[in-house]
Design a protein around this ligand. Structure first.
Ligand code: ADE
Length: 229
């Protein structure tokens, strides 16, 4: 997979893209990433990318020119199919099912809005999926793009050391994950459930299934009923 990120703050992605699962997936060749700064496509000598809103009001609005030019520039680098994603609090709320869909695409082009907003013609003139990561307002789409990249990349074949671990994740089976323990067997008086030390794989599997169900019922009953309606 190839992921292009269009942003006014490419530097905030650098440590993120080099670390943890995403860093390892890039090193292993599961995914390549490219950062592009809208500001490199500004048309005036001040390199401005925003302007005052028509009709008045507070704040500045991201202008069309640099965004369309940056998009056309990165898209021309590869003629294959691509999926554009505009990160915005007005988009569809991201779910694990949407993440799994995006993980099957060969190329994602992520567009991060910033400042108080962007010119409506960026939304209407670009054929993009609009995605929100939740009902709160961030200062820009960058943290949302990182959330999306992390969730997508961990599903790419070869990205995780152990292929089974993505399948066990919370939400992948529609349930929260069961509790996990490692050594020591006792820590500050807190012990590990006996069944996990029993060596009985069938019993362990049953216990984990029960725990996942119990947790989900307690904490997120909405997930159990999500498929009904
Ligand atoms: N940009 C600002 N807030 C956002 C959100 N909640 N999701 C995606 N992009 C955003």
């Amino acid at each position: 997979m190839r992921i292009d990120v269009l942003t006014l703050f490419p530097e905030v992605f650098e440590v993120f893209l080099a670390s943890s699962i995403v860093g390892r997936a890039r090193a292993a060749g599961c995914v390549s990433t490219q950062l592009t700064n809208f500001r490199d496509f500004a048309r005036d000598r001040h390199r401005s990318v925003d302007d005052r809103p028509f009709g008045g009001g507070p704040g500045m609005v991201l202008t069309c020119g640099p965004v369309f030019d940056a998009l056309e520039h990165v898209e021309a680098q590869d003629s294959g199919p691509l999926t554009r994603v505009l990160l915005t609090p007005q988009g569809r709320k991201l779910t694990q099912a949407m993440v799994a869909d995006l993980a099957r695409e060969p190329r994602l082009v992520l567009i991060c809005g910033h400042y108080e907003g962007f010119d409506e013609r960026i939304r209407s003139g670009i054929d993009a999926r609009e995605i929100s990561i939740g009902d709160y307002v961030l200062s820009g789409g960058e943290p949302a793009a990182m959330v999306l990249i992390d969730a997508v990349v961990r599903l790419l074949p070869g990205a995780l050391g152990d292929e089974a671990s993505a399948a066990n994740d919370s939400f992948s089976a529609g349930l929260l994950e069961y509790p996990q323990y490692t050594r020591p067997r006792e820590f500050r008086g807190m012990t590990v459930p006996e069944v996990l030390l029993s060596g009985d794989h069938a019993k362990v599997a049953l216990w984990r299934k029960e725990q996942a169900l119990k947790r989900t019922l307690q904490r997120r009953p909405d997930l159990i009923h999500a498929g009904e309606a």
